[in-house]
Design a protein around this ligand. Structure first.
Ligand SMILES: Nc1ncnc2c1ncn2[C@@H]1O[C@H](COP(=O)(O)OP(=O)(O)O)[C@@H](O)[C@H]1O
Ligand SMILES: [Mg+2]
Length: 401
């Protein structure tokens, strides 16, 4: 039995319970009296339930109105950084919202009696129409958000880990479908001799998440202790930049020669684990050749295990890398598990929706966040619209290795 049914929340439910108790005790009472009480109680229960139901639709209306307004405020915020598509949508929605909000206001001001207002069928229909209009506005924002997902997936995604990170990032809380890969990496990291692991694949496929999960493994932490350094190289697109970022993260003192200090320090460690995340920008930069040389020098250090994550399917030359395939997409069942952890709404279109995301973790995660507010059916419709628009106006990627 659910907690709800043992302690009813609604007025109608509570009255129903009281009525049953009353009937149980009223066994001996005169029949006409009993009948009148029962009939009136049923009428009152009916009214209470009806009013409660109608109040719920008002709540829904208020929540959706507020949600749409929030989105408009966010997208039109002076400091929002100007995503043109979002702004254009916000303007369109604002126009529709202005009209609707005024209609709703007039509707709420109309002076019929409270009971009349609450009970009329016309009222229910009007509210349902308002809710439907607001849903359409909400879906416009989802469409924009999903377009943004596609843009991010197309290569504009920038993870939020700062360039210099003296502590290792903590492992992701929602993470499925990579057990085997993580176990392989952990095994290599626990081996006596150092290893060099390239984690390759498209943006959003989960390279950083895999690396972070592996380095948070208990045995790996026990082996390397404080000698693990995770560095995001996204905003350090040169060999010198990487060297300085590492030296600073390690708190090394150096006057002019960060390189010597860094290598001296690394040579002094019996075993050290270095993770260079998002290395593609540096590898494909003008300074690419020196970045290759730097990696080759790291690979000469006998105690240094190296993990790199980068987009593309070929690791930088000059290092003897472990054999690793590019990261594969996630299975449908992993996508389901991610969805169940994040989103609440499920319906018969969920498989189809997840199928459209091609097993790309970033897309699944972002969609699952939308799934907190919208059903898979609503999201699928919206996704298809976005996809059709993208086909017409393909997004150009800023980086295509
Ligand atoms: N196996 C997974 N299960 C759940 N979420 C994942 C998984 N892999 C990645 N993600 C999520 O997908 C997004 C992109 O992952 P990330 O590791 O940053 O990709 P990449 O480094 O390849 O660009 C992140 O939000 C991450 O939390
Ligand atoms: Mg990454």
């Amino acid at each position: 039995m659910s907690a709800n049914s043992s302690s009813p929340n609604g007025l109608g439910e509570r009255l129903n319970l009281s009525l049953s108790r009353w009937k149980a005790k009223a066994g001996e009472m005169l029949d006409p009296m009993k009948e009148l009480v029962e009939r009136t109680a049923c009428l009152v229960i009916g009214i209470s339930e009806e009013i409660e139901m109608r109040q719920q639709d008002c709540d829904e209306l208020a929540t959706k109105l507020a949600w749409v307004m929030e989105q408009v405020l966010q997208k039109l915020a002076p400091e929002s950084g100007g995503d043109r598509a979002s702004e254009a949508t916000a303007h369109i929605v604002l126009e529709a919202l202005t009209t609707r909000a005024s209609d709703i206001d007039t509707f709420l001001q109309s002076r019929s009696s409270k009971v009349q207002q609450l009970m009329s069928t016309k009222r229910a229909e009007t509210i349902a129409k308002f809710v439907k209009d607001l849903d359409e506005m909400r879906l416009k924002f989802v469409e924009v958000r999903i377009t943004n997902v596609s843009q991010q997936v197309a290569g504009l995604h920038s993870p939020s880990i700062p360039a210099k990170h003296p502590e290792i990032p903590s492992k992701p809380t929602v993470f499925f479908g990579r057990d085997e890969l993580v176990a392989t990496i952990v095994q290599l990291l626990l081996r006596d001799q150092a290893c060099r692991i390239p984690l390759l694949g498209t943006g959003g496929i989960g390279k950083t998440s895999v690396a972070v999960t592996a380095i948070n493994d208990d045995e790996v932490c026990a082996k390397y202790g404080r000698d693990i350094l995770f560095c995001s190289c996204e905003s350090t697109p040169s060999a010198e930049g990487i060297i300085q970022a590492l030296a600073e993260a390690l708190g090394l003192q150096y006057d002019s020669d960060a390189r010597s200090s860094l290598f001296r320090y690394l040579r002094s460690r019996a075993c050290f684990l270095l993770i260079l995340d998002n290395l593609e920008t540096a590898v494909y930069s003008e300074d690419g050749e020196r970045v290759h040389q730097l990696l080759a020098e790291f690979a000469q250090l006998p105690g240094l295990s190296l993990i790199i994550t980068m987009r593309g399917d070929l690791p930088p030359v000059g290092v003897e890398w472990e054999e690793f395939d590019t990261l594969r997409t996630l299975s449908l069942s992993s996508a389901h598990r991610i969805w169940s952890q994040i989103a609440r709404k499920k319906d018969k279109k969920l498989d189809e929706l997840l199928g459209r995301l091609d097993g790309l973790p970033l897309a699944i995660r972002l969609m699952a966040h939308q799934g907190k507010y919208f059903t898979p059916t609503q999201l699928l419709v919206s996704y298809e619209k976005s996809a059709a628009k993208l086909m017409k106006n393909p997004v150009r990627s800023s980086f295509s290795p």
